[in-house]
Design a protein around this ligand. Structure first.
Ligand code: SF4
Length: 93
């Protein structure tokens, strides 16, 4: 097994789905409008530099998963994409 699984937000929204798994975060910067709704919900992971440059931690710690899920759900243009990062992949790094 292995490989990445991209979840729809409906499935991703259940925090238990991420228990013990790594989370990979990608923001589609072509979609992102810099509204910054997501930033206060996960300020240790998502940060706005200047007016609209969003920077983010692509591998948020498990302690941040709940916040990241809320941030992703808050994005009006669904620019935040979450992927499961299976432990097997992580060990291979
Ligand atoms: S809420 Fe969405 S559009 Fe706004 S900064 Fe975050 S990712 Fe970008």
């Amino acid at each position: 097994m292995g490989g990445r699984v991209t979840m729809s937000l409906g499935a991703a929204g259940h925090a238990n789905r991420w228990k013990g798994r790594g989370m990979r975060l990608v923001v589609d910067l072509n979609k992102c409008q810099g509204y910054a709704q997501c930033v206060p919900l996960a300020p240790d992971v998502l940060r706005l530099i200047g007016e609209e440059a969003l920077v983010y931690d692509p591998n948020p710690d498990e302690s941040q998963h709940q916040r990241v899920l809320r941030a992703a759900a808050s994005c009006p243009v669904q620019a935040i994409i979450l992927e499961v990062d299976p432990p097997a992949d992580r060990d291979a790094r």
